[in-house]
Each structure stands twice: as C-alpha cells, then as structure tokens.
Design a protein around this ligand. Structure first.
Ligand code: F6P
Length: 361
C-alpha cells in the first residue's frame, strides 16, 4: 500500500478543499492508498507533528468549502526559512530536513497545490529527489504552463458581482468608481472581471497608461450624457511618471500589497483633473474567499484525480495543467518559470477595445 501526502501552499483560494477531497477520494477509492495531510505548505514537512492521516470522513462536505483545511502560508520557503533565536531573525536551509521527513513519513509521492512560489520550491525539492506533483492554483491566473489555474474562475465571479453592485451606485451618484482588483504583476482579474461587468476603463500592468487619456475617457462619457464611469484597476499597475513622486510619498500598511497605494494616488489625480467625485473600492481578500464556482469544483476534481494518476504512474516532477481545454501535465520547471501575463495585442484586449473599453494608452 502506498502512502502519499497532500499539501496546499501560497495564498489560499476557493477550490483548495475541493482538490484535497479529490486527491483523498481518488487515492483511497481507486487505489486503496493511505493519504497524509501535510499542514501549512512545506512547514508540515519541516515539523513532523504537522501531518495527519486524512480518511474519507475527513473530506466529507469539502467540495463547497472555501479556504483549505490543511492551512497554508506564502512565506515558508524551506530553502530560506526564517527562524528566531535570542530575539534575532535569520534564514536557515531546511530542505534536507524536508527530504528526511518525507522519507520518515514513507511518502511515495507528494501532491502540492500552489502558485508560482510553491512550484519553484517544488522544482528545487524535486531536484533533491522528492517525488512531487504540482496542482496549479492562483486567483491571479499567472502560472506558466497552464491556461487556467484553480481559484481564478471563482475570483472572477466575486469581482464581477462586486463591480455590478458598484455600477448602480456609480450611476445613482454620477460618480467615477474605481475598483482595485488583485493579480500581482498580471492583469487577468482586472481585464476579465472588468470586461464581464462592463467597466469603461481597465488599467492593467501590461499596458502603460497616461492620466490624461484616462481622464479624457471620463470627460467624453460625460459629454455623451453618461455621468458615471467604472474603472477596473489591477493592483500591480505602474503609475505614469507624472504621478510617481506622489506614490512614493504615500505609505501603505500592507507590505504584500503590490499596488503601494497606486489606486488611491490615481483617484486623487483623476478627481483634480476631471472635477468629478471619485471613490475607490479595494476588493482585496474577498476575491480569495467563498465557495468555489461550478467550473472550479469541476477543475479541482479533474486536476486532483490527474495528480493521483501521475503518482500512480510514478511520473514525478510534473504539474497538472490545462492545455487547449484538456487536463494534462507539464514539467514543473515550466511552472517555476516567468509568469503568464496578459498579451496587450491578444484577442481579449482587442475585443475589449472593440466595444469601447479604454486602457488609458
Ligand atoms: O497571489 C495571490 C494574491 O492574492 C495576489 O493577488 C495578492 O497580491 C497577494 O496574493 C496578497 O498576498 P497576502 O495574502 O500576503 O496579502
């Protein structure tokens, strides 16, 4: 009987529990294997007390639950693990301990659901002999090697619904409403949620914009009798040069926010330039919560089963992926590579422009 491990790494997202369920069910029902849940990403292999057996009862009712029952972290790289000694922090390499503990747990395979950071660590650990299989998850949808990662579709639903609600308020108050969406250096959520909810302006990191072009779009709408404007802003935008000094002066409390307050700086500048009342809504971590969409539940189930199939074939060092709509796999090194970003010349941007969306360029 084989023993396999399952863990979830990086930022949480809807669908992680659905993957855990699919892996546990496929491993037990199809193969009669034993499954260990490894807690808090790779932390669970650094500290042995952070692993527990998962049986069918443990995954009952998980399909629709947001978050991850195994916990996760986006700052637990075993190659550069921060430890505190005598009040001082230093980085230690715990990767050998991870390999030793995987052997102590008699793991015949480890399935890891994660984003680019998790895939990079997995690739390094595979190089040290760990039998690892990745499952792509990230609401940002920027993971290389796959057309879609789990969690993205649900995040899009959440973002689209939020913008829909903001739409009616914008119209009632004749305001410019800016909605900041997550995505780090990729503009997928802003682009697709913006398009799906009829945003008038979409600002993404992949397309440089100017303040005057964005303000012109607002004023043109005003002249056409549309007294409100919806602006979907990706958190990773770079502000145009004329606003960068202002951005530097603006302090944000969250160190992980890539936006560094860019949306608020842009709001102030737009208000000055258009004379229109402008409000900002930062959707933040709401995009990572909630029950997964039907599409994500299906994707998680398909990907979880595909990951177990790879383990059954001893096909390690791979990440499950979707290519041309089919679930297949790629070498994990591909996923560890540069992120997948929006193509400014691609079909989606072209379609958006054709229906009058302004990208500020
Ligand atoms: O990668 C997922 C993500 O939600 C990004 O969109 C966002 O920039 C980041 O994680 C936020 O991380 P944290 O949870 O550490 O604030």
């Amino acid at each position: 009987m084989r023993t396999i491990g399952i863990s979830t790494g990086g930022g949480d997202c809807p669908g992680l529990n659905a993957v855990i369920r699919a892996v546990v069910k496929a491993a037990i029902v199809t193969h009669g294997w034993r499954v260990l849940g490894i807690e808090d990403s790779f932390d669970g292999l650094i500290w042995l007390q952070k692993s527990r057996e998962l049986k069918l009862d443990d995954v009952s009712g998980l399909l629709s639950r947001g978050g991850t029952i195994l916990g996760t972290t986006n700052c637990g790289n075993p190659f550069r693990y921060t430890v505190e000694e005598n009040g001082r922090k230093r980085e230690c390499d715990f990767s050998d301990q991870v390999i030793r503990n995987a052997m102590a747990l008699e793991l015949d395979g480890l399935i890891v659901a994660g984003g680019d950071g998790t895939m990079r660590i997995s690739h390094q650990l595979a190089g040290k002999g760990l039998k690892i299989v990745g499952v792509p998850k990230t609401i940002d949808n920027d993971l290389a090697g796959t057309e879609i990662a789990l969690g993205f579709d649900t995040a899009l639903h959440t973002a689209m619904e939020a913008i829909d609600r903001i739409h009616s308020s914008a119209e009632s108050h004749h305001r410019v409403m800016m909605v900041e969406l997550m995505g780090r250096e990729a503009g997928w959520i802003a682009l697709e949620a913006g398009m799906a909810s009829g945003a008038d302006v979409i600002l993404i990191p992949e397309i440089a914009f100017s303040l005057s072009k964005v303000c012109d779009a607002v004023l043109q709408r005003e002249r056409a009798g549309k007294r409100f404007t919806i602006v979907a802003v990706a958190e990773g935008i770079s502000l145009p040069p004329e606003l960068q000094a202002e951005a530097k002066a603006y302090k944000v409390s969250s160190p992980s926010s890539v936006a560094k307050g860019a949306t608020v700086v842009l709001r102030d500048a737009m208000e000055r330039c258009t004379g229109k009342e402008t409000r900002v809504t930062v959707l933040g971590h709401t995009q990572r919560g909630g029950a997964p969409s039907p599409f994500d539940r299906m994707l998680c189930t398909r990907m979880g089963v595909a990951a177990v199939d790879l383990v059954a074939r001893n096909d390690f060092g791979k990440m499950v992926c979707v290519q041309q709509g089919r679930v297949t796999s790629v070498d994990i090194s591909v996923a560890a590579g540069p992120p997948r970003r929006v193509d400014p010349q691609g079909e989606l941007v072209r379609v958006a422009r054709s229906v009058g969306v302004c990208f500020g360029d």
